[in-house]
Design a protein around this ligand. Sequence first.
Ligand code: ADP
Ligand code: MG
Length: 907
Amino acid sequence: MSISYRNGTLPKGPLKVDRPLSMNSSTKSSSSSFKSKNSGHAPASATRRKSTGSVVNSAVNAKDDNSVSGRVRVAVRLRPRNAEEMESDADFADCVELQPELKRLKLRRNNWDSDTYEFDEVLTEFSSQKRVYEVVAKPVVESVLDGYNGTVMAYGQTGTGKTYTLGRLGEEDTADRGIMVRAMEDILAEITPEKDSISVSYFQLYMESIQDLLNPMNDNISIVEDPKTGDVSLPGATTVDIRDQKSFLELLRVGEAHRFAANTKLNTESSRSHAMLMVHVERSVKGRDSAISSENGSASHTAKAFKPPVVRKSKLVVVDLAGSERIDKSGSEAHTLEEAKSINLSLSALGKCINALAENSAHVPVRDSKLTRLLRDSFGGTARTSLVITIGPSPRHRGETASTIMFGQRAMKVENMLKIKEEFDYKSLSRRLEMQLEKQIAEHERQQKGFKDDIERITREAQIRITEAEKGYAEALERERSRYQNDYMDAISKLEEQWAANKQKQENEKAKSSMLSASLEVAELKKLFENETISRKVAEEEIDNLKNQLAQWKRSEAAGNSEILKLRKMLEDEKCQKAKLEEEIAVLRNQLMQLSFEADETRRNLDRGETVKLPGTLDSPIPPFMHQHLGDSGNGEKASMAKLFEQVGLQKILSLLESEDADVQIHAVKVVANLAAEEANQERIVKAGGLKSLLTLLRSSNDETIHRVAAGAIANLAMNETNQELIMSQGGISLLSVTAAKAEDPQTLRMVAGAIANLCGNEKLQPKLRGEGGVKALLGMVRCRHPDVLAQVARGIANFAKCESRAYTQGSKTGKSLLIEDGTLPWIVQNANNEASPIRRHIELALCHLAQHEINAKDMIKVGALWELVRISRDCSRDDIRTLAYRTLTSSPSFQAELKRLRIDYG
Ligand code: ADP
Ligand code: MG
């Protein structure tokens, strides 16, 4: 073991010197001071090192985890003035002044001068025991629990409070508890009773003999030092295992009593002896916390499991030192000087050692006394040490106080090196394993038992619940049953009561007024009877009424039935009538069919026979249109027509023109048209109102076939002068004009144009015809380029021109030609050389008629008619027309002038 001494005044770094102090011969250079871990334990920071020396060089040899260095920490505690001092020192100021916040103490030298000292902790007269414990002892106790040795010492003049600070039990007032009691409390709270153990020995040192305070018989205990480890032990001292605080307090009490007894026996005071409490702490260390096990970090997991447990052994020493005052000053006459020397030996040896350590002296006289031998670890040893110096306030003891302060100051310079002591504890390992095994067996058994208990409990509970449920159910049933029974009984009793009451009432009433009630009843019955009679009568009346109504209904129903029969008969009659009429219609239809068929036959015969006669000259008769279909009827035809008339009757045929049936109408109009083609029939048809019917058809019908056939019939009728006038007077021109405007079929247009063309041949009708738009209608029809239509238009114009020419000649007309006025000239000129000969001929004739009258010449020249006339006069194949054109040209001064003007040699 090695110890490093540190003198803060020599900042050269750690000195490692084998000292006589060390009993350990196997000094190793590896040991050194190590501060970092416990720096918290040394709150004295660099700023306060002024008086204590420089900081430990912590950078050196940090590898030894088991050792931690630490300076002796020194606190000063001032006792409050006691009663005596209060009195005697009343006029004097305290010799010390504390500055706890600066951790300074001022010691008055005189009234105007004082020395200032710094301590690790300055505890005023008001400091509580708790605080004193916490700043002085607690860090030491904690370090002991961590496995380091620790020492707490109190040094000071007798009566300044050393015992008060360390040894108070606080039985009356827990706040008074001293360091010993509080330390044990903390230790017991921290350790695990099953794994760790605490044992205590308590003794005192008086005149270099050690007396066991736990066993007074044992009054000369010897110190044994292990030459290998340097551990100091007192094998003769009684050690008591501590399990709880109570036993510890008891132990302290016993120790105190024995101390008092011993001192009485030795005829001394406790202030002359040093009392020492040694608390041995043995703690098992968990694998990872252990310094030993961490050295064997490579060991396998299973190997670790069977490693013996590591125990840390540490020791807390609490030392209540003897009074620091000089014996000669103590005023005790009972001791010789030798005695006095002996009494003070240990304390002065301690002072000398501290001085030597503080001054880093080469020799520390540790072996000079038993105290220093026992405290070898505490000062400059491997322990963490706290020293509390106690002082009084009295200026009378200034000298002692000063010397105490100096002791403390020197102690602050002593540096310790802490070392953890750990060793394997195989015995305890096997014990522990055994214990574990037993524990597990027990645990297993407990679990088994637990399961069994649980099952039993659950079964029991279930049973209970089932029983409870059954019980509850039965109870509920019973309740219900009894409730119903009660209800039933109640009802019965109520009924019985009612019955009894009724009976009573009846009897009473019977007894009281049987007579009265009888007569009343009779009256009531009579009244009821009357009422009944009345209502029966009413009912009978009602029945009669209903019977009457029924009879009436029956009568009216019979009447209704006869009405219905009548109507039915009428309906039958109507039906018969209708059937008859339908028959007639059928007959008529058949007849009509026959007529149509015969008419068609006639037409076919005609078609097979002669062709239609074309107009040869202007005066030639206008062709009857239907002759193209019906033909120019021969004798046979005429005969069949006559036969038709005879068979059907014209009137009937004409009446069919007004038929609702379109087919009937068409057939009828066709028949009429065919009849009208025959000159012989025309008069009869007109007389029978046929013309009127045909014109009506034009107006009323929308069927173009009807229009076409009707127009054809009108055209045929229009061949006769009388009929022409009739047609005009009945508004035929405007009807034909409207039909012309509407018509799309060229054959319809041909018929209409033919009809108008026939009318154009009537000289008398010309102004009216033109006035009613006949010429315009004619001209309008040229929109259809069909040659048949154009031929009829041309014929109409030619007829009109011929009649006008006649009128000019007779002197009845003087003005310009109405044809020119109605704008026909351009069309005439355009078609004058039409390749269709019927058109060309009619136009050539028309041109010639117009040209014969000088008044038309100018207009004709304007539209180029002159050239057509010239062409006609030269090229026309018909001699008569050619000659007429020539004559006209040569006789007209206007045409002649024009020809001359154009230098055309004509003539
Ligand atoms: P020592 O052990 O140093 O001789 P004690 O502990 O016996 O001194 O104390 C002497 C007296 O002073 C005792 O009566 C004690 O109760 C009292 N005393 C000591 N310190 C204090 C303190 N801090 N507060 C109150 N009383 C104290
Ligand atoms: Mg004391």
